[in-house]
Design a protein around this ligand. Structure first.
Ligand SMILES: Cc1ncc(COP(=O)(O)O)c(C=O)c1O
Length: 443
């Protein structure tokens, strides 16, 4: 099997030569739990969290912190695991906040993000004492000033700015350029400072920027640190606002197909730490705390999606693939290929090391022509009923899952050597029907 960095750390072979994770034969799991099913390797998640914490502590010593971006994927079990590893959590909605609360996470260890957070959700987290609200616009800042007025303990606020940095990634996952929908324009910083200085219920402690996702070089991150430091200086010199923390968002890229050169977590953290230290010195600022919010790079590689081949369709000789293999999942559980052309790698679970016989398209089951999980992948000749494993499938898949075509969403299993925990059971049609009402008589 090529591209070993795409698979979880505990990936190996079963006694029969099939793909196994944490010693669990994936073919057997597909038989027991059905398909599609997502499996997550606990060892990979824990190892990645530890590497992030250790690397950040070395690169940016002090009270620097790693917050997991829950949007990448969140369940109560995962939230608990992440907290056990000493990470904080970023949430973007009352729903994510509720999941984290149910997992026993202290609101003080959470940040709330959002470019359009409804008032009731802001009130909820304010009342609960969330650690920080990351504010995306002047409108929200002014609204929060009203909502927080008179608070005995002022609410810590981070200002998310648009750093005007363009990243080399798909435009749907770029967020740092001037025309992005996220963040306060740099030109609005002075107005934001005036709102903050006039507010008695909130206190600005941090500046934030998130550049986008799947970034494979350190230079956009260090450039963003420079922009944020310049903002911190402006706030200090012109508004007497002292910033204690820079939050540089998430975005570290992970390979999803073979041959992509990923940045190491250690190299990334060291580069951020150096840029921050040098920048603070240059600007005469006291050393600032560094916060990062990785999502994808913590959960993508840990997750593997299992599908079964249901049918196939041969293609004309002049096509770019021999045939379609139709799988029993697709855009309902993984919208990313259809949404922004995300690419993946896959193998046949029973013969992950066998040479390829043909190039196929792996098509999803949903009623959209765009529902193709992988275009043109070389695979051994697959038979109906074979199980296909999609690598690096843990991030922004189940968290974006839908009930398109009224298909229930798949289960998620956490695999460890000692056993299996169902983090989320398979959804049922009854679950979906539970929110339905029959048409009432209009008479
Ligand atoms: C504000 C913010 N922080 C962190 C992240 C996580 O990014 P990634 O999953 O690429 O690490 C995102 C992703 O969209 C984000 O919007």
């Amino acid at each position: 099997m090529e591209a070993t960095d795409l698979w979880p750390l505990s990936a190996g072979r079963s006694a029969q030569g099939g793909l196994a994770i944490a010693g669990h034969d994936l073919e057997a799991l597909a038989d027991t739990y059905g398909t599609p099913t997502y499996v997550f390797d606990e060892a990979t998640i824990r190892d990645t969290c530890r590497r992030y914490r250790t690397a950040l502590a070395a690169g940016a010593p002090g009270a620097s912190r790693v917050h997991y971006a829950g949007k990448a994927w969140l369940t109560t079990g995962l939230a608990r695991l992440i907290a056990d590893e000493g990470l904080g959590l970023d949430v973007v909605s009352a729903g994510e906040f509720a999941v984290a609360r149910r997992a026993g996470i202290d609101p003080a260890a959470m940040h709330l993000h959002g470019n359009a957070t409804p008032t009731d959700e802001l009130q909820l987290v304010l009342a609960a004492g969330i650690g920080q609200i990351v504010v995306d616009s002047l409108d929200t800042l002014e609204h929060l000033a009203r909502l927080s007025a008179g608070r005995a303990r002022p609410q810590p606020i981070a200002l998310r700015v648009t750093p005007e940095i363009v990243t080399e990634t798909h435009q749907h996952i770029q967020t740092g350029h001037a025309s992005a929908k996220f963040g306060l324009p740099l030109a609005a910083l002075d107005r934001a400072a005036r709102v903050l200085n006039a507010a008695d219920g909130m206190v600005p402690t941090a500046l934030h920027a998130h550049l986008g996702s799947q970034i494979f070089s350190t230079s956009p991150f260090t450039a963003a640190i420079d922009v944020l430091l310049a903002c911190a200086v402006r706030l200090r010199d012109e508004h007497r606002i002292i910033i204690e923390e820079l939050n540089i968002g998430g975005g570290l890229g992970v390979p999803t197909t073979g041959g992509q050169a990923a940045l190491s977590i250690e190299g990334y953290a060291a580069a951020l730490g150096t840029a921050l230290r040098d920048g603070c010195r240059r600007h005469g600022l006291a050393p600032l705390r560094l916060v990062i919010e990785p999502g994808r790079s913590i959960i993508a590689r840990a997750g593997v999606a299992l599908y079964r081949v249901i049918a196939s369709k041969p293609l004309p000789a002049d096509s770019d693939a021999a045939r379609y293999l139709h799988l029993d999942g697709g855009m309902g559980d993984n919208i990313r290929p259809a949404l922004y052309g995300a690419q993946y790698h896959a193998v046949l679970v029973a013969q992950p090391d066998a040479p390829a016989d043909e190039v196929v398209h792996l098509a999803g089951r949903y009623c959209e022509s765009g529902d193709v999980l992988i275009h043109r992948i070389p695979l051994p000749r697959a038979a109906i009923g074979d199980v296909v494993a999609l690598a690096s499938a843990g991030a922004y898949t189940l968290s974006m899952a839908s009930n398109y075509n009224w298909v229930p969403r798949p289960p998620a299993l956490l695999l460890r050597r000692e056993g299996i925990q169902v983090l989320q059971r398979r959804e049922t049609i009854d679950d979906m029907l539970a929110r339905e009402a029959l048409l009432a008589s209009m008479e």
